[in-house]
Write a protein that binds this ligand. Sequence first.
Ligand code: TUI
Length: 310
Amino acid sequence: MFDKTIENLLNIKFPIIQGGMAWISESSLASAVSEAGGLGVIAAGGAPGEVIRQEIIKTKELTDKPFAVNVMLLSEYADEIAKVVIEEKVPIVITGAGSPEKYLEAWHQNNIKVIPVVPSVLLATRMEKLGVDAIIVEGMEAGGHIGELTTMTLVPQVVDAVKIPVIAAGGIADGRGFAAVAMLGANGAQIGTRFLVADECTVHENYKNQIIKARDTDTIVTGRITGHPVRALKNKLAREFIKLEKNGGTVEEIEALGLGALQKAAKDGDVANGALMAGQIAGMVRKKQSAKEIIEEIYNQGLEVLKTYC
Ligand code: TUI
């Protein structure tokens, strides 16, 4: 169904990339996804370089297949992580929340494939001019830090605007979504929320249970006024964010409320005060499965769906 561009570029079996979820995507999930034939991703999030180095080492012990590190460019440790991925010979780097321009030359000199996540056509074309290897275009259905456009509108516009391979993200969790983005012209899909409930995902069980329980309208976007909009499940923290924003809270007050909130949810399982970042498709994620089952189910269902239209 896809044209094998991504499979050949990244040396993987299925064009399914696991979303890099800060505090969640660790060696256990990344290695399981890569072993199953997708692209496993370690999310650096806001962690220091040495913590990520250990995750990379553990991943290499668990799989000899390609995997990626997601570098969150808003992190104060981004420079450190940029060096660690070179030293540890990570084959692929995915970047989020900014432009990877200042690291691109060094990464390419070290044979690292660079794939930025972008939320608009303008950023996609800018990244192509910089010489990145592929792009992930993420619609606002996604969880975490998001842009303004939907996957449905963004993917075909980016596909028309660039020649490099395009991976779609945001709102994809089964074979129908996978087939849909293929029809929009994408060469592959990045999937986060569904992998959050994978058996190998080390996120706190309370977080997984909230995803399983979530319905279609259970996510909300907070933080628009800080310039860092974030989609998460509605809970006490989200309500506090909304109240603060309505009552004219300052950017500093709003950012202070969010500080450490993701860790609280992912590690401590605090579903009231933690940030339960998740995509709108959480309402469709109903069961916990192994990473292998998730990947094979999505791919096979995608093939079936496409066959019925051919
Ligand atoms: O990065 C993500 N999703 C994330 S990062 C994250 S950790 C976090 N925690 C608290 C506050 C903020 C972040 C949780 N989820 N997705 C990829 C993504 N990248 N979405 C949007 C963008 C993006 C935005 C602006 C990429 C580039 C960009 O460029 C701006 C510029 O001109 O440099």
